[in-house]
Ligand binder design. Structure first.
Ligand code: UTP
Length: 297
């Protein structure tokens, strides 16, 4: 029986340069898909997976993120006065139980591995999840919940895995598969951003992880890897080298890379079309747009 995963780390200290100039003053995680910021999707997924403690690794200029999870007394009073119960209900999703949320500063953006390491004292000696909010995953059951259920059987470390075309492998951490068990694979190696043609498989690591506390000890070495950054993938690969189990989990669901402009736009369209209150008007608009473009060609 594995120890329950109740802590999650949300590394949100990156510079978000692909969304400049917006990210000069707006944290990437506050950008909205329809009417909810990316971070709300991540929190909902974590809650559904049974997470009770939420640890944000932040940096300068991210105060909007802290405010988002705070109460908003004036706004709430005004909505109450106007009888807007539905909107008060919507606001409730952003409330966090006191003490359930913690913020840690990563003083310099030294890489994802370093950001996770910054949370080491709060993680102490427990397994924990890592969620990258710019990977948004739509599906019937949340990706992290699927992984937690699988982890309860396997233990070890587990990363979310997704098949990518070979020519896209260079943008990801790629798994070297020892044994393919269908939904899960046992991993014998991991390569961060492989040179084209050298990728050991087409299974890419996506921004959801369940990790053992040993990962924090591996990160203590502060080894810089690909791109001069301290890579989380290297700390997980150390586990394999030490003979401990690492699994890739093929999740069910559609992943959007909201850290890139194209991915963010695709997610906006998909989430807009999935909304009952917007679907008809939005799909009519998209059909007209496509027809106009085709006519102009
Ligand atoms: P990205 O690789 O997307 O980097 O980080 P970024 O800085 O957010 O964005 P670009 O590439 O400049 O546009 C993946 C995740 O890791 C976090 C980011 O906040 C994001 O959630 N991260 C990355 C940190 O918290 N600290 C770091 O030093 C690096």
């Amino acid at each position: 029986m594995q120890r329950k995963v109740i802590k999650a780390v949300f590394p949100v200290a990156g510079l978000g340069t692909r969304f400049l100039p917006a990210t000069k003053s707006v944290p990437k995680e506050i950008m909205t898909l329809v009417d909810r910021p990316l971070i709300q999707y991540a929190i909902d997924e974590a809650r559904a997976a049974g997470i009770k403690e939420f640890i944000f690794v932040t940096s300068r200029g991210k105060s909007a993120l802290e405010d988002y999870f705070d109460t908003a007394p004036e706004l709430e009073a005004s909505l109450r006065k106007k009888g807007k119960e539905d909107l008060l209900e919507v606001l409730k999703q952003t409330n966090m139980e006191s003490g359930a949320i913690a913020y840690i500063r990563q003083h310099r953006a030294l890489g994802l591995g370093h950001a996770v390491w910054c949370a080491r004292r709060l993680i102490a000696n427990e397994p924990f999840a890592v969620i990258l909010p710019d990977d948004v995953i739509a599906g019937e059951k949340g990706c992290l919940q699927q992984m937690v259920e699988a982890y309860e059987e396997t233990g070890g470390c587990m990363v979310a895995a997704m098949e990518v075309p070979h020519d896209k492998a260079k943008a990801y951490g790629i798994l070297d598969v020892e044994k393919d068990m269908g939904q899960q694979v046992k991993v014998k190696g991991m390569v961060e951003k492989p040179e084209p043609g050298t990728e050991p498989s087409n299974l890419a690591v996506i921004g959801r992880y369940i990790l053992t506390p040993q990962i924090m000890r591996n990160l203590n070495r502060m080894r810089s890897g690909t791109g001069g950054e301290i890579q989380l993938t290297d700390a997980i690969a150390d586990e394999i080298a030490a003979g401990r189990d690492v699994y890739g989990y093929r999740f069910r669901g559609q992943r959007f890379d909201c850290g890139s402009k194209a991915g963010f736009l695709q997610a906006t369209v998909a989430f807009g079309l999935a909304r009952d209150d917007l679907r008809d008007e939005f799909s009519d608009y998209l059909s007209e747009l496509v027809a106009m473009r085709n006519a102009a060609q």
